[in-house]
Design a protein around this ligand. Structure first.
Ligand code: ADP
Ligand code: PAZ
Ligand code: K
Length: 255
């Protein structure tokens, strides 16, 4: 079995694969102040509750876009899983040809998503990852990574709105029945949900034109993907485990 770890700015998502089968996946908060021992306790408890013995883990691969977390999780893996994680970054074999200006600056999660998407769907395609940021990543028909767009994520945008507008309440990110909100909460929900759906459709439309690929595949992932996908005309498929899948694939390519 292998352990794959996706460290995002809001959540750390981990998966346990046996071959190609994802046996378990868990979601933890990204807490920059937490120590290796605290994460060790959480990982250990999750494994124990899932009947996974640490000795079952033959290897670990990790992608991170939160530099302060790398040491914490790396130390946790060495101390509690007795494995030194493979880090997704410059020098690792991804199988993806990066054609953006500075390959070293692209977030590891964006590369990992693109690796999985190419493996599953071939190019041309766009991956939309709804996380702390919403990222759009473009792969051409040859399967080369071109780059994309980065947008403030749904969660942080909503938080910023509530924080800065005195009379606006905290809301559930739920789809309202109508786009014309007849009260403050519904007006906020309509603006956020339909606004993001429109944003996705608008950005993807432009990417299709720029790539001259009108029928490219659009795959959504990330914690908030389901919320928007049903209202977005552009999104063809939601694959919540895309990032974990990409980590498994990259691990296999570096064994
Ligand atoms: N299964 C889920 N159901 C509802 N919300 C989720 C789920 N998974 C994640 N989220 C929400 O998605 C956001 C984190 O998504 P994620 O893609 O993990 O972000 P990041 O990679 O930036 O850490 C958080 O706001 C989290 O509450
Ligand atoms: C854009 C991101 C913050 C998204 O991270 P996430 O929302 O998954 O936490 C991350 O991919 C990142 O830090 N990228 C580095 C800059 C770049 O990709 O160009
Ligand atoms: K992510």
């Amino acid at each position: 079995m292998i352990l794959v770890i996706d460290i995002g700015n809001t959540n750390i998502v981990l998966g346990i694969y046996k071959g190609r089968e994802l046996l378990h996946h868990f979601r933890l908060s990204t807490i920059r102040q937490s120590t290796s021992d605290e994460y060790g306790v959480w990982f250990h408890n999750l494994f124990h509750m899932s009947g996974i013995a640490v000795s079952d883990i033959e290897g670990v691969i990790m992608s991170s876009v939160v530099p302060p977390m790398v040491h914490t999780i790396d130390q946790m893996c060495r101390k509690y899983i007795h494995k030194h994680p493979l880090m997704v970054g410059p020098g690792i074999k991804t199988g993806l040809n990066l054609r953006n200006e500075n390959p070293r600056e692209v977030g590891a999660d964006r590369i990992v998503n693109a690796v999985a998407a190419v493996e599953l769907y071939k190019g041309p395609l766009v991956v939309v990852d709804f996380g702390t940021a919403t990222t759009f990543d473009c792969v051409d028909q040859k399967g080369d990574y071109l780059g994309g767009a980065i947008v403030p994520g749904i969660g942080i945008s909503t938080e910023a709105l509530v924080e800065r507008a005195s009379k606006l309440p905290r809301i559930e990110l739920e789809k309202p029945k109508k786009v014309i909100g007849r009260n403050t909460v519904h007006a906020m929900q309509a603006g956020i949900i339909y606004g993001y759906a429109g944003q996705v459709d608008g950005i993807v439309k432009r990417m299709k034109e720029e790539m001259r690929a009108p029928s490219l595949k659009v795959v959504a992932t990330g914690g908030l993907a389901e919320l928007i996908a049903s209202e977005s005309e552009a999104i063809d498929e939601v694959n919540p485990m895309l990032t974990l899948e990409g980590l498994r694939i990259i691990y296999e390519r570096n064994k």
